[in-house]
Design a protein around this ligand. Structure first.
Ligand SMILES: Nc1ncnc2c1ncn2[C@@H]1O[C@H](COP(=O)(O)OP(=O)(O)OP(=O)(O)O)[C@@H](O)[C@H]1O
Length: 465
């Protein structure tokens, strides 16, 4: 280092050393040639370089990806770094290389230093470690990506293995023309599944007509399904097409088929066997080309055994059964569904709501959800009204859920047991997946990032498998 540069360095050193050694940000001072003149303790900790070895070396040693330098240095040997031309740099994100070759994400501020006469002495740079922020951002981005792609299928949110099987079944059912029967408890999403099958199939550009078989009495239901002719019954002022005719070329979704009255069961059987309908009050057969998708939350097989549902019709409608599992059998989907419903209420909250608190999420994960996804969705609609703080708390959810949490929930496994259980499940899933994080994530019904995080949290490595 030339003598005049050394003198400058000593001068600068006196001003800042004591102060900057106490702060969290890394600080580095360079002279006009870009030679590092001084660094503080935080700089040493961040970069791994001791002051003794880095002082006197060029700042390019740090390999900063955002530094802009002029290729040809000025003859005077200065102003080769664009910072000296601009005067300062504010909140620049960049990546440096540590002494051990690993990368460090920092937020950099820089400014040139002048002496009393206005002569440029050098520059000072501060750097804040933003590795954690970058990791968080990438986790959020991964979460967003997954939500957009594989975790929602035709509007059906679910990444668990049971839901992936439902999605596979839907795809297969859509390719066939055979009748589909969707079975599952109330609120599990059967209606979404039916619509998804329609959207996936070759009839997607033709009508999709939904009829709720439980909503109408026998006479009205028959007229609704098959239509009627003028004068067929009191009040039948004119001839009206039924829903089967309206669905021509498309799909008809018969919801709550377990509630179909016996006489309508016979008529539906005829539609399936002969592909014809008769309007009420008329015996002329009308050909219909409609694929039937039906659904029920009832145990149809048991109803057949009890003689409440026709066996021949049961076999006709049940060519492709699709079972939609209750929410309690796929707890891995709860955080994903909760986030989805939370975002919906958040959009309407004028920025009032920021997230789901940890205790609330824990309660949602443990609650057995007898009303399935519908109940979870309504729980968020309820919380939207009652929430007091920006983060949802257990008390913000409906009283039944809160009471359950205080009662049985409190008696359930403690946090330590849960951690042990979660670790065991993780190791087991990774073993079954042959070490693949992606497959283990599918088995557990969580995202790949969550698998990584849990591996880190529980200290699980490939050696444990
Ligand atoms: N996997 C899911 N992803 C997103 N929303 C869902 C999901 N499952 C259900 N829902 C929502 O929950 C509510 C109930 O779903 P749906 O009506 O499809 O249930 P269902 O099984 O047909 O119930 P029911 O037997 O009572 O008719 C709807 O608002 C639906 O949008």
């Amino acid at each position: 280092m030339p003598a005049d540069a050394r003198a400058t360095a000593v001068e600068l050193e006196r001003y800042w050393k004591t102060v900057v050694d106490t702060i969290q940000e890394g600080v580095m001072i360079v002279d006009t040639r870009g030679t590092i003149v001084s660094v503080n303790k935080a700089f040493e900790a961040l970069t791994g370089y001791g002051a003794g070895e880095i002082v006197g070396r060029p700042c390019t040693t740090l390999n900063c990806n955002s530094c802009e330098v002029v290729r040809e240095r000025d003859p005077c040997g200065c102003h080769w770094c664009l910072l000296f031309r601009r005067g300062e740099l504010s909140r620049q994100r960049c990546v440096l290389m540590r002494r051990d070759g690993t990368y460090l994400h920092v937020l950099k501020n820089a400014s040139i230093l002048r002496d009393a006469r206005g002569e440029v002495l050098g520059a000072v740079e501060t750097m804040t470690d933003i590795t954690e922020l970058i990791e968080k951002e990438s986790r959020i981005e991964a979460f967003r990506r997954q939500l957009r792609s594989q975790e929602a299928f035709h509007g059906i949110v679910g990444a668990s293995a049971p839901m992936q099987r439902v999605f596979d079944m839907m795809t297969n059912a859509a390719r066939s023309e055979a009748p589909v029967l969707i079975l599952g408890e109330s609120g599990t999403g059967k209606e979404l599944v039916a619509r998804g099958i329609h959207e996936l199939g070759p009839r997607r550009r033709r009508p999709y007509v939904k009829v709720n078989c439980a909503a109408l009495n026998e006479a009205l239901l028959e007229s609704e399904l098959f239509g009627h002719v003028k004068g067929a019954f009191t009040g039948a002022w004119q001839t009206r097409k039924g829903r089967f005719e309206a669905a021509a070329g498309g799909d008809i979704f018969l919801d709550e088929i377990g509630d179909l009255p016996p006489s309508t069961q016979v008529k539906l059987l005829r539609v399936l066997e002969e592909k014809v309908i008769e309007r009420v009050g008329d015996n002329r057969p009308i050909h219909v080309d409609v694929r039937i998708i039906s659904a029920t939350h009832r145990d149809l097989a048991a109803m057949v055994r009890r003689g409440e549902f026709r066996e021949d019709l049961y076999y006709r409608i049940n060519v492709i059964p699709v079972h939609v599992p209750p929410l309690r059998e796929r707890p891995g989907d709860i955080p994903l569904l909760a986030e989805t419903f939370f975002r919906r209420i958040q959009l309407k909250s004028d920025g009032r709501l920021e997230g789901i608190g940890g205790a609330a999420m824990e309660l949602l994960m443990r609650y057995p959800w007898p009303g399935n996804v519908r109940e979870l969705k309504s729980a968020f609609e309820y919380a939207a009204v009652t929430a007091r703080g920006p983060f949802l708390q257990p008390e913000d959810f409906p009283p039944d859920i809160v009471r359950w949490g205080r009662g049985r929930g409190a008696a359930a496994a403690g946090p330590a047991d849960r951690r042990a259980l979660e670790r065991r499940e993780l190791v087991e899933a990774l073993r079954r997946a042959g070490g693949s994080r992606t497959r283990a994530a599918r088995l557990l019904g969580v995202s790949r990032v969550t698998v990584w995080n849990r591996m880190k949290r529980y200290g699980v490595s490939d050696a444990d498998l």
